[in-house]
Write a protein that binds this ligand. Structure first.
Ligand code: ATP
Ligand code: MG
Length: 421
């Protein structure tokens, strides 16, 4: 007879040696022994497999805790002491796990009195109300490091329904908190920079837009002096010039108010406006600048009214005309043509088109023209188009540029027709 187990094989050889033979009864007993031994071995193997699986799962859990900076713990209600702290829970509080979990006193020492009080109250409430709980806490480690923690836990009840344990997890929020603080500081910094940029833009916009009325004031003041300095002063003309000075001075004040409103994103002061009339008035205002330029005015008949801020819209027209005049400075005198056109469009919009015969636009940087401070002029601020676009968009319209067919540039804007109620 042959046994699978080496142990049984050896036993049989010893029996044969002692007795000189092996009887039936011994063989049967040894057979039974071998079967029992086999099932014991199978059991041991199973346990070994389970243990390996358990260790692996524990390792995964520990890794997950380490990665998420979250430790787990258990607290015994009857004795009022911690009974379990995972490795990660120990690491969070810089506690050496070799000596087991901390005592209640060691745990208390990690807290400022008011933080400890809050934590104990959260524990006690969870026990009293038999409910899950969540709280933030703060620990001060031996080296002075402050840890910001988020704790969640829930009560474990026995068969009688009494709370026997609190189990839960503690997440280390210190890094996240630091990042949040850095982010908050960065945001405050950005807000400050945005504010400063806005102030810069405001100053530049005011400087830009006030230039025109200021220049008009000086022209009229000089005219006034000329009328007064004549041998027989022309008081009527001088009076007229002073009237214009007052008008331009007021316009300067209005412009400042509107620019501030525009940058503060306040709604425009809208009235019913006939854009054709506004164009005629603006040309009169810009008369001095338009010297030596052929004007072609083509205004649509029965142009619908728009609801707009008169001062702001006039600024747009003045800016576009000023740019057209600047662009035509190098054009031969008789070919300096400024073409202003209005059109009534379907879709409830009107269109204003200002075309010049100047040096034209580079199709590659048309988008850039509207950016604040973009200028190709030695004396330019680069604010005219950016202000004008803001104004038109605040009015619900669109302002854009195109290269002219043969030469020059075309700037045009749309405005919604006034709503008829
Ligand atoms: N009609 C035009 N023809 C050719 N280039 C133009 C025309 N209008 C504007 N540009 C270009 O767009 C740029 C920006 O115009 P914008 O009115 O914003 O500023 P600016 O005229 O340079 O300076 P300012 O702030 O004094 O108006 C100009 O410098 C110019 O290069
Ligand atoms: Mg300009």
């Amino acid at each position: 007879m042959k046994f699978k187990s080496p142990l049984c094989g050896r036993l049989l050889s010893i029996i044969k040696l002692v007795r000189g033979k092996s009887d039936e009864d011994t063989l049967a007993k040894m057979n039974a022994f071998e079967k029992a031994n086999e099932s014991l071995q199978a059991e041991i193997n199973k346990l070994r497999q389970t243990e390996i699986a358990l260790r692996r799962s524990e390792a995964y859990l520990a890794e997950a805790q380490r990665l998420s900076h979250t430790g787990s713990w258990a607290y015994d209600v009857a004795s009022g002491v911690p009974v379990y702290w995972s490795l990660e829970r120990c690491r969070i509080s810089n506690f050496n796990p070799a000596g087991g979990h901390p005592t209640l006193e060691q745990y208390r020492q990690l807290h400022a009195p008011e933080d400890w009080q809050r934590l104990i109250e959260a524990f006690q409430r969870a026990i009293r109300e038999k409910a899950d709980f969540e709280t933030d806490s703060r620990e001060i480690l031996a080296d002075g490091t402050v840890k910001y923690l988020h704790i969640v836990g829930h009560p474990v009840l026995n068969a009688a329904g009494d709370v026997v344990e609190l189990v839960g997890s503690t997440m280390d929020m210190t890094e996240r908190k630091k990042t949040e603080e850095i982010l908050q500081k960065a945001q405050a910094h950005i807000t400050h920079i945005t504010h400063m940029t806005m102030m810069g833009e405001l100053a530049a916009s005011i400087a830009h837009e006030v230039n025109q009325p200021l220049a008009a004031v000086i022209t009229n003041a000089e005219a006034c002096l000329r009328w007064l300095d004549q041998e027989s002063p022309n008081l009527h003309e001088a009076h007229e010039a002073v009237g214009r000075i007052i008008r331009d001075g007021r316009r300067g004040g209005d412009v400042i108010t509107r620019i501030r409103a525009l940058l503060k994103k306040e709604p425009p002061v809208n009235i019913s406006l006939n854009v054709n009339e506004l164009i005629r008035e603006t040309i009169a205002l810009a008369q001095a600048r338009l010297q030596g330029i052929t004007l072609r005015i083509e205004l649509a008949e029965c142009l619908p009214l728009v609801s707009a801020d008169r001062v702001q819209l006039q600024q747009v027209l003045l800016n576009l005309m000023a740019n057209a005049v600047d662009a035509m400075k190098s054009t031969a005198l008789r070919q300096r043509i400024l073409h202003i056109q209005t059109l009534s469009q379907t879709a409830g919009m009107i269109l204003v088109r200002i075309r010049d015969s100047g040096r034209g636009l580079d199709p590659h940087n048309i988008g850039q023209l509207f950016e604040p401070f973009y200028t190709t002029k030695a004396q330019g601020l680069g604010m005219g188009l950016s202000i004008s676009r803001s104004i038109i968009e605040t009015h619900g319209g669109r302002l854009w540029a195109e290269a002219g067919d043969k030469n020059g540039a075309i700037f045009q804007f749309t405005l919604p027709v006034e709503h008829q109620s």
